[in-house]
Design a protein around this ligand. Structure first.
Ligand code: FES
Length: 113
């Protein structure tokens, strides 16, 4: 138990999720260890990267789209960057719900003709 305690330094986690790690899952477990002969609760936190694409064209090895900007039908066309659009690769506004649910700040790429 002493060796595990040595990996849990002050400020290691502090219950805060740092900015820039949305899309990362944290798993926490705790147990009682021994530190200097005294029992002490130990919390281990493990970060795991997760997929950014929840369900768009998952059968493809890589999702790639190309656009000929001069052939766009509208002067301004929004393209999804949040991977939540029901009309992917076009933005359908789903990023608003995603941002409210997660605290994220993603939005579309606007292509101008
Ligand atoms: S729906 Fe994804 S950026 Fe708007």
């Amino acid at each position: 138990m002493e060796s595990v305690l040595s990996h849990v330094g002050a400020g290691f986690f502090n219950g805060m999720i740092p900015r820039g790690v949305l899309g990362t899952h944290f798993k926490a477990s705790s147990f009682v260890g021994v530190d200097g002969g005294r029992p002490r609760r130990v919390v281990l936190v493990k970060a795991e990267a997760v997929s950014i694409n929840p369900d768009i064209r998952k059968s493809e090895e890589k999702v790639v789209d190309s656009v000929v900007v001069t052939e766009l039908s509208k002067p301004l066309t929004p393209y999804c960057r949040c991977w939540r659009s029901g009309t992917f690769p076009l933005c359908d506004g789903s990023h608003v719900k995603h941002n409210k649910a997660t605290g994220d700040n993603v939005g579309p790429l606007l292509l101008k003709k």
